[in-house]
Every structure is written in C-alpha cells, then in structure tokens.
Ligand binder design. Structure first.
Ligand code: MN
Ligand code: MN
Length: 469
C-alpha cells in the first residue's frame, strides 16, 4: 500500500511544471513486455531474411499478401478498407490501406528506407593476384572502412542476363554455404598502418573480397585460381565473367540477428538502419482496420546515398503512385499532398557513454527511452534538412501521448559534431508536413548495430498511432 504524504513545494512544482524523461521499462506493463518480446522475435526473423533492399521488398510483399494486400494497377477502383501495394523495380515498395475519408483530406504516411550500408561489387570485379582470387568492391553509403575487414561476409543480389532472365544470388544465407572475407594486416607487420588516422588506415581499393585460392589443375596460366572460380560460378549459377557487367551483387555481413546482453534487452544485427523502422512501419500498417484517413507505408531505396535515383524517394515513382490514387477520386495531387502528414521513420544515434564527448546528453536519444522524435536533422547550423514546425511537433506529441507511446525528443550528437539526413526533406519538399522519428542505434552504420528492444516496439506503436490519427 502506498501512503499518501504531503509534497514539499519543490516536489509539487517538479511534478506539475518540470519535464523529465523516464526510462521506458518504468512505464511498461507485464502484458506490454510480453508483446514487446513477441514483436522483436518477428523483427529478428524479418532481418535474417532481408540483407538487401530486394529481399526486403520480397519479404514485405509476402507479409502484406498474407494480410490481404493485392498489387495496385493504375485505374483500379478502390473502396475504403482496400489494401494495396505497388513495387518499384523490385527495390522499393509502397503499401496503402484506403481510408473512410477521401484523398482530399490527405493521407498519413510512414516512410522508412530498406537499403543499408554495404560493399557493392564493381562491374569488372573478378581478378587473381599471386594465386588468390578476389572481387573488387565499391562501398555503398557512409561506412567506416576499418570495420568491414576480417568479418564474415555473404554475397547477395541479382545478375541480369542479356536474355532477360535475372538470377538471384544469396551465398551465405544457408548455413551450409561458404562465406567471404576481406583480409587485414597482422599486428606484427602493422606498425606503419597503425600510425595512420582511422579513416585512412583501410583505403577503399583494398576492400577486396577473398573468393578463392585453389588453382585449376592441369593448367599453367597465371589465372588458374580465377578460372576455377569462374567454373564454379558457371556450374552453380550459369554466370560467365561478362555477366558481372549487368549484376548488382552486395557483400553484406554474415551476422544473424541475436539478443544482446545477459538481460536480453537489446538486439544485435546488420541493417537495423533502417529495417528496424521499415518493419515497424510495415507491421503497424498490416494490422490496420479501415483508418479514417488513408494510411500509407513507403519503404524506400537509396536513402544511404542521398535518395537520388529511380528507386529513391526523390523519384517520380512516389508522385506517380499518389497521382494515380488521386485520379481515381478526382482529387488534384497537390490538394492531397498539402493535407498529408508523414512520419519519416529513420534511426538516430543513441547516446553512447563510451563516446560521451560527441553527444549533448540533454538532447540525445537514450536507449530504452522509446522512439526518438527529431524536430530537425542536418548539420552546420541545421543545414541540409527540413524542420517540422512547432505546430506539427505539438500534433505529434498529442498523437503519441494519447496512444500511450514511450517517446523522447532528441537530435543527433552535439552541435557541430557532424549530422545526418533522412528522407524527411525530400517528402517535405512535396508540400507534405513531415517529421523525423525512429529507433536510437548504438554503432550505427557498423556491420553489427545494436538497438534496444523497447525502442523497436515503441516505434511500431508510434507508427500505429500515426496511421490511426
Ligand atoms: Mn537511416
Ligand atoms: Mn543510415
């Protein structure tokens, strides 16, 4: 039994006027903790099947089809409650649940990205050097090169052939498969390398994937190891060396999503950025009934390289999808956009006590404090980002608080420590009110990133609240 005692004036003011953040674990009920665990189990399964954006699209569509979604075709008649999706070139996808209200009332969008930093193969990748065979890579997205050597890597992607067929590749996803790696110097011979700044110690052109060492027998050429690799590729995939020209193959970390910590409160995995928000945005949409406003989940490609390109969120494919929906209701696209709301769901840097000097703790996202909302992103005086208005932040406060979501307000790092962008500004440029929010991540962009389970679950609950608003 709690005893009632008279509060001092200070305690009273602290309670009524001051704002203090609370650890989410002090707020969740036992039932919510069970649901959190179930949600994270589903998320880990999703992650293990999704190492590249193509796989994310396939898995998302499979989940959506199981939930009654069907492919949208231009001109299709739609009713409130209809569930549709539209895939853009196999690499990005938009899902929608048609609302009770017309599109002139705007839509609620949850936008996340499904591409993650990785090492792409170059178009002429295969070579042999001193009887070892390698594949040359060109890194994709902002990564710290020293983190990508001496770890197990898988090879995922597609090889498009001249005859129109596309061969899917996922070497390493089966435990019986071989893996790949990039070698590094041993400490015994690394004295000079160790003197270099971290960013220069591993040059981009040394990120070469080791793929073979066994020479072709009965041959004297200087490319015997390479030829043996080519023979395996042809036997197993029907691929010739020339086919690399029209391939997109990505070396990605071979780490499965696993619980981290004795208390199992965290998840370690490759690609939390931004599949942790993508899964939340998708799962919440798949569980919707018929919302008041049409609810839309956008899973975009190419965010890690600035969202440019035909499958990035800057692409006209985004506008074409909404224009087609609007045409079906005789609503001008611009009228829909100006009434719409978008939660740009993307991860942010979690405050890391091991690197406290790049953070300003009062305004940093803390692990287990829930989904982190950011009024603005960017760097060097808020440049290169959009900023949500005070009124929009107030709207989001209301939506999240009414749904009981555990959330926090933060920005990435201390002033002038760096910065980062999301799809928010590209959506906002369409005249759509947009705000950033997402899961705080430790070791963001590393081959193995860590997130708090509570924050994953609260991001899903936030997405639900946004769609239902
Ligand atoms: Mn991201
Ligand atoms: Mn990123």
């Amino acid at each position: 039994m709690e005893t009632t005692k008279t509060l001092t004036r200070g305690e009273e003011l602290r309670r009524t006027l001051a704002y203090t953040r609370k650890n989410g674990y002090d707020r969740l009920t036992a039932a919510e903790l069970t649901e959190l665990e179930d949600y994270c189990t589903g998320y880990k399964q999703f992650l293990n099947l999704c190492k590249i954006e193509r796989e994310c699209v396939e898995q998302s569509v499979a989940l959506a089809q199981a939930a009654g979604f069907r492919p949208y075709a231009r001109g299709m008649a739609l009713q409130p409650g209809d569930k549709i999706y539209s895939v853009n070139r196999g690499k990005s996808v938009i899902f929608a649940v048609m609302g009770q209200e017309g599109l002139e009332q705007g839509v609620n969008i949850g936008a996340a990205h499904i591409d993650s930093p990785r090492l792409d193969l170059k178009q002429n990748p295969l070579y042999e050097s001193d009887e070892l065979s390698f594949l040359k890579t060109h890194y994709y997205g902002g990564l710290r090169k020293y983190q990508w050597v001496t770890i197990p890597l898988e090879l995922h992607g597609a090889v498009a052939l001249k005859d129109g067929r596309t061969i899917s590749v996922a070497i390493g996803s089966d435990p019986a498969d071989p893996l790949f790696t990039i070698d590094d110097l041993l400490p015994h011979l690394g004295a000079e390398q160790s003197k270099k700044p971290l960013g220069e110690a591993i040059p981009g052109e040394t990120l070469n994937l080791l793929v073979g060492s066994r020479p072709l027998s009965d041959d004297e050429g200087s490319d015997r190891v390479k030829l043996a690799v080519l023979e395996i590729l042809y036997r197993q995939y029907g691929i010739r060396e020339e086919d690399f020209l029209s391939a997109e193959l990505c070396a990605v970390p071979a780490f499965a999503a696993r619980d981290i910590g004795l208390d199992r409160s965290l998840i370690g995995a490759y690609g939390h950025d931004d599949r942790v928000c993508a899964y939340a945005a998708l799962k919440a949409l798949l569980e919707l009934g018929t919302p008041r406003r049409t609810a839309v989940c956008v899973l975009a490609d190419r965010e890690e390289v600035g969202s440019d390109g035909v499958t990035g969120i800057k692409s006209g494919a985004f506008d074409a999808f909404f224009a087609d929906l609007c045409q079906g209701q005789g609503v001008p696209l611009r009228a829909m956009y100006e009434k719409s709301f978008c939660l740009s769901a993307d991860v942010t840097a979690a405050y890391d006590p091991n690197f406290a000097d790049v953070y300003e703790k009062r305004n940093s996202a803390l692990v287990n404090y829930g989904i982190s909302v950011s009024k603005y992103g960017g760097g060097r005086g808020k440049s290169g980002a959009s900023e949500a208005s005070a009124e929009l932040v107030a709207y989001v406060r209301r939506v999240l608080d009414e749904a009981g979501v555990v959330w926090q307000m933060a920005e990435m790092g201390k002033v002038d420590a760096g910065g980062g962008g999301t799809v928010a500004m590209d959506v906002a440029q369409r005249n759509i009110d947009t705000i950033d929010a997402g899961v705080p991540v430790l070791s963001m962009h590393a081959p193995y990133e860590t997130v708090g389970k509570l924050d994953c679950y609260e991001t899903y609950r936030a997405m639900k609240a946004v769609y239902e608003a």
